[in-house]
Ligand binder design. Sequence first.
Ligand SMILES: NC(=O)c1ccc[n+]([C@@H]2O[C@H](COP(=O)([O-])OP(=O)(O)OC[C@H]3O[C@@H](n4cnc5c(N)ncnc54)[C@H](O)[C@@H]3O)[C@@H](O)[C@H]2O)c1
Length: 378
Amino acid sequence: MNAVAHNFGLDNQSAAKLGMAVVGAGSRGAALARTFQASPGWELAAICDVDIDRARRLAAKLGAVPCFETIDELLDSVDVDTAAIATPLGALHGTAMTALRAGKHVLVEEPLADSLAHGQEMVSQAKTGGLVLMADHPHSFEPAIQKIQKLMDTGSLGEILFVEALLSETNLLKTERDVFWDLAPGDFAILDQVLPDGLAPLDVSAFGGDPLGTGRDCVGHIYFRLPNDAPVHLHVNRLSRARSHQLVIAGTRLTLVWDAKLHKERLRVFDPCLSAQQKLTAPYCPEPDLLQLLGEDGTLLTIEQQTMDRLAAEFSSRIRRQRDGYAPHLPGLRVLAVLEAVARSRSLDGQVSGVLAPLQEGPGDLSGDWSQSILWTT
Ligand SMILES: NC(=O)c1ccc[n+]([C@@H]2O[C@H](COP(=O)([O-])OP(=O)(O)OC[C@H]3O[C@@H](n4cnc5c(N)ncnc54)[C@H](O)[C@@H]3O)[C@@H](O)[C@H]2O)c1
């Protein structure tokens, strides 16, 4: 997939380009490298991977990008402004801390860290250095998700009745983390973005199973309630032959159905007064962004690439504007807080476990509100 440069409302075309180092040259690192190389206001300055051949193979596809085996070597050799960390979970915190201590803004592939304590340490370091730290929750910048957020913000759904999410795939190779840490962060981030109160359950219950004896849960259920008592159920499964990723948010007036495996009808809106299969066309109007479009160079511009392009624009905006009171790390911290409560509940066979983390850090930090995004103006 080729990254396609888009402005997305970025108003800093004339500013000096930000130098980006991509750390971790796997599939996600490759997507980030291609995106930042093609994005306005960015320059892909270096690639780092402990598997140096992997880094070189990626660099060879992208031109003469210098490669390094460790982030220390990279930071000693190349003057970059930012680092995008796409290593496995266990290496996120160490590499991110190295970059932050060196004064670099950091984007971390979700989740923000491998524990809440590590996440908080990273946030503290970022604050000390006046740096932007944010987790890349891949769906946050997707037009359909932003559309859901708009509908929720305007109260179009009425009172929420229930929320259900399903993410299933087949991926037994990912044994580093259990299915909760592997698959739930993205859906938690979506809920944090779209729910009126964000992702702020007081407590959660989690049940899981490891039917193949891999040593980690491969199937999981997470359950909590919204402030109005509406139930929220997330089902994550990496043993499934059926690859699905769906979110249903049912309200008294409208029900939203998002399906990440669909392109043209990724978001459907139903009115309970209409017949069971009848979709509502208003107030939801599909935006061009929701459809597959042909890029100027003839390549297919997919939703995923558009989302990545928006991420690059947003990260740049965060760094250049440094809006007062905006805390881009907060969604990542809230996701970690809930993941830890899930782990506690799971270890207690599904007993309810409180979300212990202080989710509010101070008056200025509360405005981690995606609706302030520049992307909303486009
Ligand atoms: N692939 C996706 O779509 C996706 C989506 C969301 C989040 N993520 C997250 O992004 C991260 C990367 O995913 P991936 O699929 O590309 O993984 P991957 O295992 O294919 O690639 C990770 C790369 O990081 C390298 N690495 C490990 N430790 C390192 C270190 N200390 N310094 C430099 N390089 C190091 C590895 O050698 C490997 O090449 C994971 O944490 C994953 O959960 C991936």
